[in-house]
Design a protein around this ligand. Structure first.
Ligand code: OGA
Ligand code: MN
Length: 302
């Protein structure tokens, strides 16, 4: 069954009409959603009145879920499922987090451009974020199309970066905000991991550039040079033509492919208004360095 898709941006992102995800889609529909994800990178489903069980069931129908959450104070869990990410400004009792709460400081890191779980050895495939309570102003989520960015990079830059290996850690992204207080356990859990800077996206047979604010190092390069290169690539990648801003409505479900896009949260009055979003995350198949690259083109005979 083909999906009813309405593009929302010239390059990527589409809205999917006509599905009620309270009932877990059958295999053929899941297959069509995967094809839609391969093409668009971000899919928006409006008016989905999901509870946690239904959101988890839909995630599991699309593929294996991540089990661990990359957060501080991991024992302070508001949600029923340990592997559902709490993307809210709420405390365990549902009240607003205190202005100086460590989790609030840490969560501000979501406003840096990133790809989910790029700091884990096997990173995230899809993220599925559901808007339960949406504040009145701001709080958009922005997405950048990293396959279109790769295509648009100058050839000399492609050649310079294509084999680079980066190190990703939550410690690196949060350090950019001056957040540096961790327990020993957190420091170990957030130890850097190695990832490719340029990935191959099998479902679309395209390359993408794997940028994330979690990057803090490029192998074989002095650190200031590495960080300047990453900053320049990010500035290129976030030019307006590559970016879609999602304005949330209550009960939107947005799915994005972390292998082909990066994203960031935008600010809102988080000390005044509640925002309750919940994320189910699918894991990728392997660390990026262990994933297949395209077969090299046969050399033309001289
Ligand atoms: C996330 C995330 C952005 C937002 O859920 O991974 O980065 O706008 N969310 O909440
Ligand atoms: Mn995120």
């Amino acid at each position: 069954m083909p999906l009813d898709l309405v593009p929302l941006h010239p390059l990527f992102v589409a809205e999917v009409r006509g599905l009620d995800l309270r009932t877990t889609p059958d295999a053929a529909t899941c297959d069509a959603i995967h094809r839609g994800m391969d093409r668009y990178g971000v899919l928006v489903f409006r008016d989905q009145h999901l509870d946690d069980d239904q959101q988890m069931a839909f995630g599991e129908a699309l593929g294996p879920l991540e089990q661990e959450r990359g957060v501080v104070d991991v024992h302070k869990n508001r949600l029923k499922f340990h592997n559902m990410a709490d993307i809210s400004n709420l405390d365990v009792d549902g009240s607003l987090l205190a202005a100086d709460d460590r989790r609030r400081m840490f969560n501000l890191g979501n406003q840096l451009w990133h790809s989910d779980s790029s700091f884990k050895p096997t990173p995230a495939k899809y993220s599925m974020l559901h808007g339960r309570v949406v504040p009145p102003n701001g709080a958009d989520t922005e997405f950048a199309d990293m396959r279109a960015v790769w295509d648009a990079l100058p050839e000399a830059m492609k050649a310079e970066v294509k084999d680079l290996i980066t190190h990703h850690s939550l410690l690196y992204s949060r350090a950019q905000l001056g957040f540096s207080e961790y327990t020993e356990e957190e420091r170990e859990r957030f130890a850097p991991v190695r990832q490719r800077l340029v990935r191959w996206h099998p479902g679309s047979q395209r390359h993408s550039i794997y940028l994330s604010s979690h990057i803090g190092q490029i192998e074989g390069m002095p650190r200031p040079e590495a960080m300047m290169l990453i900053r320049n690539l990010r500035e290129f990648a976030t030019q307006r033509q590559f970016v879609y801003a999602h304005q949330w409505r209550q009960n939107d479900l947005v799915i994005w492919d972390n292998r082909a896009t990066m994203h960031r949260a935008r600010p809102f009055e988080d000390k005044t208004y509640k925002r309750d979003m919940r994320r189910v995350t699918l894991r990728d198949i392997a660390p990026t360095l262990e994933q297949p690259l395209p077969a090299p083109l046969p050399q033309a005979a001289e």
